[in-house]
Design a protein. Structure first.
Ligand SMILES: C[S@@+](CC[C@H](N)C(=O)[O-])C[C@H]1O[C@@H](n2cnc3c(N)ncnc32)[C@H](O)[C@@H]1O
Length: 417
């Protein structure tokens, strides 16, 4: 493997040469694996790190199993040029599309969970803090307003009245067609701040924000922690979180994101059937699918769905929750067939499969044949290994714990027809 980089300017070089050169430059190990009756190279190295490139503040919305923006950034940088179309069929909080937006690419996001577009689209239309403050102040807060369900184990009555007032205001604006970008921003931040484990959330101490416990479990947490919900000023919390999210946003970025978001699409289809996407239109897909873990969508999202008048049970029926590798592979094969249809000839799919499952299932080896059967050529497997030192304090003694975070990505290309 040559560590020497080409002298031809990056922009003029073929996409894959650019990527493979970068990989060879940073590689620590390469091995060949057998998959789909072929020998596929598996490259391991520290190809991107959080240290090299700080993620933009606008990404900081939590979402279950989200990846870091550095991951899509790496593939977008080498496998696309400005105005190329970048897609994520399992978009989650929108990490791929937001990063692509910053990089002047066109975007399509899709996720069957309606909370996904609600949490990602508003970040393409970031408000100015002054206009946000004005709007927050204009929302009528009705005293003694309470939810039709018992939420007293999470919220102080005054906080609950504020949340219900906000919920009703947002619903009315939506129904009357008056809802605008600032309303949608408020909806996003409020949804993100409903429950959590610090004073930056509306609720008393509970699980971190991607999960929500049942009312009964919260009563038990309150008993165990000897806590009762105290008043939290919801508008101050929304303002503070917005200030953090907006802290890096420049005027140029604001204009750029508005343009990409305006031209972009946010779909809520099953990833196997995305009729709204034209054939042969996508230059690059960067995605991570739902894994084999069993997730309880209704339990995790009931409160967020309540706030947004969404039917959690309906969404739960549609979300892919495969219990066996066979079931998972069958769904993913359907996804690859659809990706093959929408990908441009010579376009790419970077499919992240996480770490080794249950210490024995290498999902990358199972994904290679699925993509190949759908028509793609497998270029290789890329494992990004990021080493970190975590300082933990146990009984007053500082302990430097060393660890590794790794992401496995299977890279495919659609060859010319
Ligand atoms: C691992 S998460 C993706 C996280 C994303 N990379 C991010 O950074 O936020 C997988 C996503 O797939 C979505 N999903 C599950 N089944 C789906 C399906 N059949 N079609 C489309 N999306 C689906 C889930 O709602 C979830 O948001």
């Amino acid at each position: 493997m040559s560590p020497i980089k080409s002298k031809i300017p990056k922009e003029e070089r073929p996409y894959l040469d650019r990527l493979l050169d970068e990989i060879r430059y940073r590689i620590s190990k390469v091995e060949d694996i057998d998959a789909a009756g072929q020998s596929i190279p598996r490259y391991t190295g520290e190809f991107w790190t959080s240290k090299q490139r700080q993620a933009h503040s606008l990404h900081e919305i939590s979402y279950r199993a989200c990846f870091k923006p550095q991951l899509p950034h790496f593939f977008i940088e080498y496998l696309t040029r400005e105005n190329d179309k970048v897609y994520d069929p399992f978009s989650g909080r929108g990490t791929t599309v937001l990063e692509a937006g910053f990089m002047e690419r066109n975007i399509i996001a899709n996720d069957i969970n309606p909370l996904s577009s609600l949490l990602s689209k508003p970040r393409f239309f970031p408000p100015l803090l002054e206009e946000l403050m004005k709007r927050l102040d204009s929302i009528p807060m009705i005293e003694n307003e309470d939810a039709e369900i018992d939420l007293s184990m999470f919220f102080h009555p005054k906080t609950e009245a504020e949340i219900v007032s906000m919920k009703n205001y947002l619903a009315a604006r939506h129904e009357s067609g008056e809802e605008d970008d600032i309303d949608r921003w408020i909806r996003m931040v409020a949804t993100n701040r409903l429950t959590g484990h610090s004073k930056g959330f509306f609720s008393v101490y509970t699980l971190p924000p991607n999960q929500a416990v049942s009312a009964d479990s919260q009563r038990k947490i309150n008993l165990r922690m000897k806590q009762t919900p105290e008043h939290r000023d919801t508008r101050v919390i929304i303002y503070k979180k917005s200030r953090t999210l907006l802290s890096n946003v420049t005027t140029e970025e604001r204009a750029l994101l508005q343009q990409t978001g305006g031209n972009g699409r946010f779909l809520t289809s099953d990833a196997r059937e995305t009729k709204a996407i034209a054939a042969d239109s996508i230059q690059l897909t960067v995605t991570s699918p739902p894994f084999l873990d069993v997730v309880d969508y209704v339990q995790d999202n009931w409160l967020r769905c309540w706030f947004n008048d969404l039917d959690a049970a309906e969404t739960s029926k549609k979300i892919t929750m495969a219990r066996t590798l066979e079931d998972w592979s069958a769904v993913m094969f359907g996804v690859f067939r659809e990706l093959y249809r929408v990908t441009k000839p010579r376009g790419f799919v970077a499919f992240e499969v996480g770490e080794v499952r249950n210490k024995k299932i290498n999902l990358d080896e199972h994904v290679v044949p699925l993509g190949v059967k759908a028509g793609f050529k497998c270029i290789g497997v890329i494992i990004n290994e990021q080493h970190f030192t975590k300082t933990s304090n146990i009984w007053g003694i500082d302990n430097n714990e060393k660890g590794t975070n790794s992401n496995r990505i299977v890279l495919f290309r659609k060859e010319k027809k």
